[in-house]
Design a protein around this ligand. Sequence first.
Ligand SMILES: O=c1ccn([C@@H]2O[C@H](COP(=O)(O)OP(=O)(O)O[C@H]3O[C@H](CO)[C@@H](O)[C@H](O)[C@H]3O)[C@@H](O)[C@H]2O)c(=O)[nH]1
Length: 512
Amino acid sequence: MASKSNEQIVMLPFMAHGHLIPFLALARQIHQATGFTISIASTALNIQYLTSTFNSSSDEPNNDHIHLVELPFCSNDHGLPPNTENSENLSLDLVGKLFSASLSLRTPFHSFVGDIAAKQGHPPLCIISDIFFGWAGEVADSLGTVNVSFSTGGAYGTLAYSSLWLNLPHRGRGDSDEFHLPGFPDRCRFHITQLHHFLRNADGTDSWSKFFQPQISLSMQSFGWLCNTVEEFEPEGLEWLRKFVKLPVWAIGPLLPPVVLKNDSSSLVISSGISTRRAGKRPEISTEKCMEWLESYSPGSVLYVSFGSQNSISPSQMMELAIGLEESAKPFIWVVRPPVGFDKKCDFRAEWLPDGFEERMKNRKQGLLVRNWAPQLEILSHMSTGAFLSHCGWNSVLESLSQGMPIIGWPLAAEQAYNSKMLVEEMGVGVELTRGVQSSIDWKEVKKVIELVMDKKGKGGDMRNKAMVIKEQLRASVRDEGEDKGSSVKALDHLMRTLESKRQVISSTSTI
Ligand SMILES: O=c1ccn([C@@H]2O[C@H](COP(=O)(O)OP(=O)(O)O[C@H]3O[C@H](CO)[C@@H](O)[C@H](O)[C@H]3O)[C@@H](O)[C@H]2O)c(=O)[nH]1
């Protein structure tokens, strides 16, 4: 594609790490493919976060053409604690408030895009907004450009989440009944326990539905959708999503650092220290220490346990998980964050970890407990790591499968239960241990599932083989060598050409 660095695209991610990271990766990808300038707009603290990940990645080219732009936002004005601008570590109630508060970005965002249009003499080529910011379509229309909605999730999970919000209420559903969800074929049955409790109680009049219903509906009026997935990996999910939204959906994933998708990614990822830089975090344990710990184990023998950037489990669940891990006798790295209801800075407690657990794990060299944040990409890329016990956030799913690693699912919120369902039922690369923070889980079940998935033969071996096939699909999709282009590279090319044609149509009709 010809380089036209005078074109601009404006991006608007939702204020959560799991959204900001793929948006930034998409900005880099588009800039590299086209030379366009990309502006990413968000609140001051999120821009600060993006800046720290961005500056520390100065080895990546073309940072000059990606602008990070602050939009005014005052959390106190919306009943949020001071400086609350991101969903990380927020209670559910505050996450709800953050969603409602995000509507206040509309006016400053409109002025920002309007200023670009005035300065350039024409509007940006397009807006790429989070599917949770459907209102960006109205901003685009009023300024003579188009809005493309970007789902940072996969096709199957995005379809399930969207359809659930658009087909309320779910309250009357029996506890034991499975139900059909519009958009899915009849064979895919859903269950009430796969709905987060705010979705279970939503009826269109509560604050959650008042946010999600209009935003998703408005997103379905945009020019098209982008999905952080791969055509060969989710052919059916994409087909169903396209039918549901009645729009073009471009699969442009996996939005992972290119180094993770190289053949010998293990050594490359580890040497680059990429997780920490990408996440703009200072973990309490260095990447080197984690790697050193992993070195002493045989290939595929270590289980990695993490619940993403914003979720944790209940104190009693944590206790059973710890006992199950210990009883399994398998080595593990566990990213431990205080359970639901505890301050994120509080110390390890007897109420939620067995007596002497940390010491025993250290002495026996069975388990490495990492507080709050670990270098996930490096751990998953290390040859000693064999499986991932995950909340099934979409970035974690892609990161795991890009290394051919099976997943033990423990979905907690958002669309995670549908990601987990897809991994188990459609792909055969996962087992679901339990779901949600309210479930009662027994350590014996934890031990049984760990043994099953870590087993290199039987069902565990089968899942690993299937995950290896997906690993190759994900890697092939981003290949860009001469004529040999992967499906995601082609999809991005196609999107850009379609947007340029649309721009010509808009300009010719506006001058008539
Ligand atoms: O100790 C940690 C924990 C997380 N991460 C990184 O943080 C990201 C976490 O992303 P994800 O796995 O998607 O989880 P969430 O942060 O929970 O993601 C939110 O956004 C996702 C994308 O839309 C959704 O799929 C999830 O449901 C939603 O909770 C990943 O890149 C991880 O590598 C680390 O590096 N170290």
